[in-house]
Design a protein around this ligand. Structure first.
Ligand SMILES: [Fe+2]
Length: 386
């Protein structure tokens, strides 16, 4: 008898102004002092102040660790944990895109389980529930606020550790589109493509189920309808709100179904070159889809329908190709850089492919590649001048 176990945050709130609902949840779990984990950019543009103003209003004390960088390293997790201990905090608020929330999850697990970050590199390796975590999402997005995964770079081995651990699930996930209006167009574009990649990979992943299929397809439809609008006008609150839903559902979908070869490669590009995660995914997505075509053209045809194509007169392969061409066109319109414009160096291709083969996402991919095939997919992307 098979069964499916689903993972999600204990509580989720989505919508304009919902950050103001945070105090009653803190009261519910009895939090007395917060460690706010974030990055310098979000302090500078005032996003962190929106969160701390809410805490100030109800006299909840907090300390701030704001040194998180993209593709966060093991050292950053320890540095944040040190502030948590020194300031005698008893819960954590991660404010950011994937990186600060990933660091916050790492701290949450270390506080209750002890040990090193490396001890949790893999599937369900901690024993105890993490310290209460509130994940305030500021991008749309990584899905990090809803997932049981956190990615930390091992700076010595230049590799990304994918820790998948239900003990790191947030107590409360917050998606307030009002906190996303300040996101510049390039970041909106990259994080939106990350959300799309989550849903597409989840829709064809080995552990998909009817629940993840449903939310993945609706998430894909929302990205198709609203991402360009959010990129072109950051103040478009309807587009921002719908992208919140898209990224939340994409996060839930991949957290429960798995990822695939796009993320397996993107994680390594982040580890090697600090390539922004969403950019790396957006670059690889259509090339991996072409590689996967023989294994899941029918599923890609569903994706074409979610994008709004009338596929009645098309063969399954033609419909699948329509989805791929649509993504390539969307990438151009939202100005995703070409692979050859990033720091990727072809001499690293084999090493990247070898690492990608060991990534947790790879076994979920509908077609298992050889190392050589991973190299070929990357080189096709690199040499594509379109
Ligand atoms: Fe991602």
């Amino acid at each position: 008898m098979g069964f499916t176990e689903l993972y999600q945050p204990v509580h989720t709130i989505i919508g304009e102004g919902c950050i103001n609902e945070m105090p009653r949840h803190i009261e519910a779990f009895g939090g007395t002092k917060a460690l706010v984990v974030t990055d310098p950019g979000l302090v500078k543009i005032g996003t962190v102040k929106i969160v701390t103003d809410v805490l100030d209003k109800v006299n909840i004390p907090y300390a701030i660790y704001s040194d998180v960088k993209p593709n966060p390293t093991v050292a950053l997790v320890y540095a944040a944990k040190e502030v948590y201990d020194r300031e005698a905090c008893d819960f954590i608020i991660g404010v950011g895109g994937g990186s600060p929330i990933d660091v916050a999850k790492g701290v949450s697990i270390l506080v209750t389980n002890g040990g090193k970050v490396e001890d949790y590199n893999g599937l369900e390796l901690s024993e105890k529930k993490g310290q209460p975590l509130i994940a305030v999402n500021t991008t749309a997005g990584t899905g990090s606020e809803v997932t049981r995964a956190f990615v930390i770079t091992d700076e010595v081995r230049k590799s990304k550790m994918l820790c998948v651990d239900s003990n790191s699930l947030a107590y409360l996930a917050i998606n307030d589109p009002a906190m996303m209006v300040g996101m510049p167009p390039a970041l909106t574009a990259a994080t939106g493509m990350d959300a799309l990649t989550h849903s597409i990979e989840a829709y064809v992943a080995a552990h998909r189920c009817p629940f993840t299929d449903g939310i993945a397809l609706e998430s894909i439809r929302l990205v198709g309808q609203y991402l360009l609008r959010a990129v072109e006008n950051g103040n478009d609150m309807e587009a921002r709100t719908q992208m919140c839903w898209a990224q939340y559902m994409g996060g839930l979908a991949f957290s429960n179904a798995g990822l695939g070869m796009v993320h397996a490669i993107a994680h390594q590009l982040g580890g090697f070159y600090d390539t922004p995660h969403g950019v790396a995914n957006a670059i690889m997505l259509p090339y991996v889809m072409r590689f996967n075509m023989s294994a899941c053209a029918d599923r890609y045809a569903d994706i074409a329908q979610a994008f709004g194509f009338d596929i009645g007169q098309l063969t399954t392969e033609q419909a699948a190709m329509a989805a791929i061409l649509y993504i390539e066109e969307l990438k151009k319109r939202i100005k995703i850089p070409k692979f050859s414009e990033t720091a990727f160096d072809p001499k690293d291709a084999v090493a990247i492919a070898e690492n990608a083969m060991t990534d947790t996402g790879m076994p979920e991919n509908p077609r298992q590649p050889s190392i050589q095939e991973v190299v070929e997919v990357m080189m096709t992307a690199y040499l594509d001048k379109e």
